[in-house]
Design a protein around this ligand. Structure first.
Ligand SMILES: NC(=O)c1ccc[n+]([C@@H]2O[C@H](COP(=O)([O-])OP(=O)(O)OC[C@H]3O[C@@H](n4cnc5c(N)ncnc54)[C@H](OP(=O)(O)O)[C@@H]3O)[C@@H](O)[C@H]2O)c1
Length: 294
């Protein structure tokens, strides 16, 4: 299939494109940076959707960039980088003389209210209680197409674990030095997914005709807390991981509102994802981390 991927130059996109190519698909990227084999967002807006069978959007300003202060300008970038690119693709799909068969968006489990007791599947309510949950609601609304000539899939991803980027990229050095540990109390849930499984779910969603609607992009072992995650990462590295990162430090670096993403969490189950027949490569945290740090 010919697959168009917005924001495909990043952490998740690199893994997805590798898998798509290995499975014989042809990939075109939509990017801010013009390069051979890519189109820019301006070209998409000007010339419409290039001929493709599936469109995917992964574009978005990195929310947990510790070098950017959580102020109005950054919040605007976080929002507009997701809403505008998603709207642009949805509009181009609607206008295309031959619309693609499928349209897939990755959002996040921040849709669900952090809790120490609740368990969320794809039908659970959410999306209306803080900056990030509202962002997911607007983002998913921006993707909605009129009519049903194109199959629509939204994957609400947990924390993506993989080599050389994402959460592990930020954590690996202190953990390697034996200075890692839980964040805050460590009791908060830590909804995670191995990057190969997120790429796998996206590929499954684009290849299998009956997949549609919301899928939770988390591993099936949904009971991991942040403290258990820290312990498992320490074990995978053969290092102690007892030094907690205090909530006050996290709030000082990330700002109170953004720190919620690290200090609180949701217990999320991929009920619909499993029901579509997706088989996980890394359902268990220990094996996932071993592969990543090997
Ligand atoms: N990584 C995670 O743990 C995680 C968890 C849940 C959800 N997600 C979501 O999954 C998607 C992909 O995540 P990722 O980790 O692969 O992200 P990433 O590597 O930080 O960025 C993805 C791509 O987005 C584009 N981008 C960045 N800032 C942009 C801006 N201001 N305007 C337009 N495009 C911009 C860039 O492509 P160009 O430079 O080529 O334009 C970049 O390569 C994101 O929407 C993210 O919110 C990720």
């Amino acid at each position: 299939m010919r697959v168009l991927v917005g924001g495909g130059t990043g952490f998740v996109g690199t893994a997805l494109i590798q898998l798509l190519k290995a499975r014989g698909h042809e990939v075109t990227l939509v990017s801010r940076q013009p390069r051979p084999g890519r189109i820019t967002w301006d070209e998409l807006a000007r010339s419409g959707l290039p001929s493709c069978d599936v469109a995917v959007n992964l574009a978005g300003e990195n929310i947990l960039n510790p070098l950017r202060r959580w102020n109005e300008a950054f919040q605007k970038d976080v929002l507009s980088s997701r809403l505008e690119t998603t709207q642009m693709l949805a509009k181009a799909i609607t206008k295309a003389p031959q619309p693609p068969k499928a349209w897939i968006l990755v959002t996040g489990v921040a849709y669900y209210r952090p809790s120490l007791t609740a368990e969320y599947d794809e039908d659970s309510p959410g999306g209306d209680f803080d900056f990030f949950s509202n962002l997911v609601t607007k983002w998913e609304a921006a993707a909605r197409l009129p009519g049903d000539s194109t199959r629509q899939v939204v994957v609400r991803s947990g924390v993506v674990l993989g080599r050389g980027g994402g959460a592990i990229g930020h954590m690996i050095l202190p953990f390697r030095l034996g200075l890692g540990g839980p964040i805050g109390s460590g009791n908060q849930f830590f909804p995670w997914i191995h990057i190969q499984d997120l790429a796998g779910i996206l590929t499954h969603a684009l290849e299998v005709n009956h997949v549609q609607g919301i899928l939770n992009g988390v591993a099936p072992a949904s009971t991991t807390t942040n403290a258990e995650f820290a312990q498992a990462l320490g074990t995978a590295l053969g290092r102690p991981a007892f030094i907690p990162l205090p909530a006050t430090v996290v709030r000082a670096v990330f700002g109170r509102e953004r720190a919620i993403m690290l200090l609180e969490g949701q217990k999320v189950v991929p009920r619909r994802t499993l029901a579509t027949g997706y088989q996980y490569s890394f359902p268990e945290l220990g094996a996932a981390l071993k592969e990543i740090v090997a």
